[in-house]
Design a protein around this ligand. Structure first.
Ligand SMILES: C[S@@+](CC[C@H](N)C(=O)[O-])C[C@H]1O[C@@H](n2cnc3c(N)ncnc32)[C@H](O)[C@@H]1O
Length: 242
């Protein structure tokens, strides 16, 4: 916590509330070992999603010049934007996540920056066509963040917030075991903000009117998200009874 204080206090003043929540979040994502494992094992998003996002931008303003991915982690959600935008900037509060992102992705139109999402002072007014937040909005303070997004977006620019819900498998019994593990065995280990993910961000509102939400686009269709799970089980032989 102390090193976190030293680091953040060297920035321009943040409100106490943002400062404290940033400290908490940094602790969650700070370990360098953690960020390498994160890069290696974290699920990626389908390419169709990025084509869809780029198309959403085009229909609004037509320019695909600069995109900023806030809470970019190790860059898994940032890299796919490079196919569509001239310049892509990944932003994360955790320096170790950003270091791993830099080591991993070498695209010429991609840069990474350590910063709070609520504090994007390195970006000038009306300079950005798209801001994305992938599975990170529940960590970010909406009020100051939306203020910054409104400042940096060009007129007609877009804010796209997305993520994925809890995984399921194609077995009723298997899902019961996963559900027990998630809700019972891990009870008390989840941050309270996890409830937003469980709720598929339905209680998070964007600051712009007319923002298309997935629920509108898919209307009454259900979006099913599944992850394959591999389990290797081994047991050392027990001593043979006489
Ligand atoms: C669940 S990860 C998502 C990473 C990536 N977007 C992805 O989908 O793989 C959340 C990330 O948000 C970052 N984060 C948390 N609070 C933040 C804040 N206030 N500003 C910027 N990044 C933040 C964390 O450091 C972490 O890397």
């Amino acid at each position: 916590m102390l090193s976190c204080f030293t680091k953040i206090s060297s920035h321009k003043p943040l409100t106490r509330r943002i400062f404290l929540s940033a400290c908490r979040k940094m602790e969650l994502f700070v370990g360098s070992e953690h960020s390498h494992l994160y890069q290696k094992y974290r699920p990626i998003y389908p390419p169709e999603l990025y084509a869809f996002i780029a198309n959403f931008c085009k229909t609004g303003r037509g320019s695909l010049d600069t995109a900023v991915d806030v809470g970019c982690g190790t860059g898994l959600s940032t890299l796919p934007l490079c196919k569509y935008f001239n310049k892509v900037i990944g932003v994360d509060v955790s320096e170790t996540q950003i270091n791993t992102a830099r080591q991993t992705h070498g695209q010429s139109n991609l840069v990474f920056h350590t910063s709070h999402g609520e504090w994007l002072e390195f970006l000038s007014d009306s300079s950005v066509d798209l801001v994305t937040v992938a599975q990170a909005m529940h960590w970010i303070e909406p009020e100051p963040f939306y203020k910054e997004v409104t400042r940096i977006l060009r007129p007609g620019g877009c804010l796209v917030v997305y993520g994925y819900g809890n995984s399921t498998i194609n077995s009723k019994d298997g899902n019961k075991i996963i559900e027990k593990f998630y809700s019972y065995d891990l009870e008390g280990f989840w941050d309270t903000r996890r409830r937003h993910v469980e709720n598929l961000y339905q209680d998070i509102n964007l600051p712009f009117t007319g923002s298309e939400r997935l629920e509108n686009i898919y209307q009454d269709q259900k979006i099913t998200i599944t992850w394959p799970v591999f389990v290797l089980l081994g047991r050392k032989e027990s001593e043979k009874k006489p």
